[in-house]
Design a protein around this ligand. Structure first.
Ligand code: GLN
Length: 471
């Protein structure tokens, strides 16, 4: 088992020869190979051992970077130079990236070790990791169940002890929901906090890169390195990056909003009870709970699926058989080449979204769907702006239920989309949120709570975890 608490502890133990980094990486690789059935990885980088030797020496010399020795798995929608990038799709099978995502490059520059690329739903579209051309991922807590999605492989890799940290992306819940299903921490930062350069776009005005770990210290460490303005992504924010840390400097009573709309119909009784117990265990000396309303939340899923499919239909038009990956061979003509490449290369869920997105953007329906959804997006954002005038943080369930059985919802897209009921509004508003594992249901499946903060307030989320625990 792992004998360190977080990256700082790991580095100290390597330095004092209590821990060998090479052995640690070997341990992770053999664990991944012993539990291949989990299928958390699309690609495993065995040559990470060579990097480990170099970094181990640097740690001993005192020349190592901030993340030296941290073993990181990267969701297979992020580019790493000269490594395969498939986005779990047949359409990109065989494709290799020609440059690295800024987020990943920054980690590598600080001597993090990349152990492989994790499985996910195709182009990050899904809530169960069942939409993957690389097969589904098993939840390490209960292998008959899904790990959540779309970053299912990343959540499973952390939960199964295959790495220290995993990167995920969150467009509508894809970090927080799998973190909740697998019982780990998962942070979705403010939109624009981390550069999207080198991230395969799903819905560009929603996509955020964040991290999974078994402790919040490691998430803070990764965020410190990944965040910041990047000239290669014009939507990255020009805000100074604070020093992310988990030591609470909260010296006053904080106000936590409980939105009534998130605790009503559809919420599983055991999840509800567990969150109520969690709330009542937090000392009232530290926290004042306030009932609030986010009254447009009922429209979040519809708004999310109109806007994200519209953006996806445009973003995915680039996979035409000419520029990337798969191409249908020997077509009759160019049009047939496009049609057959896309029909054969994309999976059903991706095709469903391209069709939906093309429809809502079409001239006859643009005003009725796309333009209207943009207006509702603003109302949802305003609900949060108003709420944060009253409270510091908002506390909700992350998911209405715990991990479901493989196959249980895959034939009914509407049921699957309902998994996102508590998470999509956060992406519509562009604000940060974290999943905190808080307990288990009667089937021993993890339950998670979601903390939401105003934009740029990730530190408050990270620090609240410890602040709550001290009660
Ligand atoms: N489950 C949501 C969807 O399928 C969220 C996906 C994501 O955040 N990438 O769109």
């Amino acid at each position: 088992m792992l004998s360190y608490k977080n990256i700082l502890d790991k580095q100290a133990k390597i330095k004092s020869n209590e821990l060998s980094l090479t052995e640690n990486v070997q341990y992770f690789l053999s664990r991944i190979n012993d539990q291949k059935d989990i299928n958390a990885f699309n690609f495993i980088f065995e040559d990470v051992l060579d990097d480990a030797k170099v970094v181990e020496e640097k740690i001993h010399d005192g020349t190592a970077g901030k993340l030296a020795g941290m073993v990181i798995a990267v969701k297979d929608v992020l580019s790493i130079k000269d490594r395969p990038l498939a986005c779990s799709s047949n359409i990109l099978k065989g494709f290799k990236s020609i440059y690295s995502a800024t987020s990943v490059q920054k980690l590598i520059d600080e001597d993090a070790l990349i152990i492989g690329k994790t499985n996910c739903d195709e182009f990050a579209m899904g809530s169960s990791n069942e939409n993957s051309a690389f097969g589904n991922v098993l939840n390490p807590v209960d292998k008959t169940r899904v790990p959540g999605g779309s970053s299912g492989g990343s959540a499973a890799a952390v939960a199964a002890g295959f790495c220290d940290v995993a990167l995920g992306t969150d467009t509508g819940g894809s970090i927080r929901q799998p973190a909740s299903f697998c019982g780990v921490f998962g942070l979705k930062p403010t939109y624009g906090r981390v550069s999207r350069y080198g991230l395969t776009a799903f819905a560009s005005s929603f996509d955020s890169i964040g991290a999974f770990a078994n402790n919040v210290e490691d998430i803070a460490a990764v965020m410190n390195v990944m965040s910041g303005k990047d000239d290669l992504d014009s939507t990255s924010i020009n805000e100074p990056t604070p020093e992310f840390n988990i030591e609470s400097n909260i010296s006053r009573k904080i106000k936590v909003g409980i939105p009534q709309e998130y605790f009503s119909e559809g919420l599983n009784d055991e999840v509800k009870k567990s969150i109520e117990d969690y709330i009542s265990d937090i000392s009232s000396d530290k926290v004042e709970f306030i009932d609030i309303h986010l009254k447009h939340n009922d429209y979040a899923i519809a708004t999310y699926y109109i806007l994200t499919t519209a953006e996806a239909s445009a973003n995915l038009s680039r996979y035409d058989g000419v520029r990337f990956g798969y191409r249908h061979e020997n077509p009759e003509d160019l049009n047939e080449m496009y049609t057959l490449t896309r029909s054969e290369g994309f999976g059903d869920e991706v095709k469903r979204r391209i069709m939906l997105g093309t429809y809502v953007l079409s001239s006859g329906y643009y005003d009725a769907y796309y333009r209207k959804a943009q207006k509702v997006r603003r109302l949802i954002k305003e609900d949060f702006t108003n709420a944060f005038e009253q409270v510091d943080i908002i506390l909700t369930p992350t998911s209405p239920f715990t991990a479901f059985k493989i196959g249980e919802k895959s034939s009914d897209p509407m049921q699957m989309y309902l998994s996102d009921i508590y998470t999509t509004s956060i992406n519509l508003a562009g604000i940060p949120a974290i999943n905190i594992p808080i307990g288990f249901d009667s089937n021993d499946l993890p339950i998670g709570v979601q903390l939401i903060a105003n934009q740029f307030e990730e530190n408050l989320l990270l620090q609240t975890v410890k602040f709550f625990n001290k009660s």
